[in-house]
Ligand binder design. Structure first.
Ligand SMILES: [Ca+2]
Length: 340
């Protein structure tokens, strides 16, 4: 007679066990109505402004911009490394969504290695973790297309890792030994644009969602609760190729501030310090892809200064030459001889 309540009790206990076992189920949902667009951490075609500069992003290594089409982090060639880094650290928003559209493609031959999304205290440091620096401080999400280590996962594999500035990325397990979560996602060689979004709710949660099936719907890749990321991190994207290669293209980045009952009242995103370094990392004059220097340090401003310097040297040399010629002419003129 008491079987039904007992069964209910057992079911309730089982449910509780399942809840505990899947502790990294999302504890709450971030809704579209919680979001405010943040321009200075976003990027979209044509990627450069009227001065052919990118106001908020630096590009470097083997990365290049194809205006209106994509930012190619690495081209489909062996041993390439490229990067795209935000110029300003994320002071505000404290809780954010960084959504990006990307394409990874290059044919059916040997392909790799993938690309990384970063939110780290360092930036522009080139290294061997998908083109970014190892022992990073912050969050890395790796879109891994090449199996380096022995693991049973099906690739491509998306893996998240939180670095403390000392822990190394473990390539022998493709990052699985230090992963906060991962999922398999067939994002290569798609006709449509593939998307991902990384969500951080301050001191509470990191989540990664993907849309790689062309259906326009988000699927949870992984959730990690009770996470605190460092303050003043930089958003970045890096990639590298080795013997295996692919085009790793970034098409659009859209960053949003989250404000809901879990984040509390947030400062408006516009309160972000607006000091922007106007020196560009790129000099774009045509619609054709413009490769960048190895360090990404060549700039339009530099070219202008080189031009000014060259003109100055020409004028200076010309002036000295003219003065020398006049002096020589005077010395050798009949008048000069008459003085002696
Ligand atoms: Ca790998």
């Amino acid at each position: 007679m008491h079987l039904f309540p007992t069964l209910l009790q057992a079911f309730a206990s089982l449910t509780l066990l399942c809840t505990i076992a899947s502790a990294d189920e999302a504890r709450f949902e971030v809704k579209d109505s919680d979001l405010t667009y943040v321009e200075h951490f976003s990027m979209q075609p044509p990627y450069v402004d009227e001065y052919l500069m990118s106001r908020y992003w630096d590009f470097g290594g083997n990365a290049y911009v194809d205006i209106n089409r994509f930012v190619r982090i690495t081209p489909n060639r062996q041993s390439m490394k490229g990067w795209v880094w935000a110029r300003m650290p994320v002071v505000n928003p404290k809780s954010w969504v960084c959504e990006f559209e990307f394409k990874v493609h290059g044919g059916d031959r040997l392909f790799g290695d993938g690309f990384a999304f970063w939110y780290t205290t360092g930036r522009k440091q080139v290294g061997d973790v998908f083109g970014g620096a190892d022992r990073f401080d912050g969050l890395g999400v790796f879109f891994d297309t090449y199996t380096n280590g022995r693991n049973r996962a099906i690739f491509p594999l998306i893996t998240g890792m939180i670095g403390d500035g000392m822990t190394k990325y473990d390539e022998s397990t493709d990052g699985q030994s230090n992963a906060i979560g991962s999922c398999t996602a067939q994002f290569r060689e798609k006709e449509y644009v593939t998307r991902a979004k990384v969500i951080y709710v301050e001191n509470k949660m990191v989540q990664v969602f993907i849309d790689v099936d062309g259906l326009g719907t988000w699927k949870n890749c992984f959730t990690k609760n009770d996470v605190t990321l460092p303050e003043r991190g930089y958003f970045g994207f890096t990639s590298h190729t080795g013997d295996a290669a692919d085009n790793h293209d970034l098409i659009r980045i859209m960053t949003y501030q989250i404000e809901n009952e879990h984040t509390g009242k947030q400062e408006p995103p516009s309160s972000q310090p607006t000091r922007v370094d106007r020196r560009p990392d790129i000099n774009l004059k045509t619609n054709t892809p413009v490769p960048l220097s190895a360090q990404g340090t060549s700039s339009g401003a530099s070219y202008v200064w080189y031009g000014v310097l060259v003109v100055f040297i020409i004028l200076a040399v010309g002036g000295i030459g003219a003065a020398a010629f006049v002096a020589y002419s005077k010395m050798n003129s009949p008048k000069s001889y008459k003085r002696f």
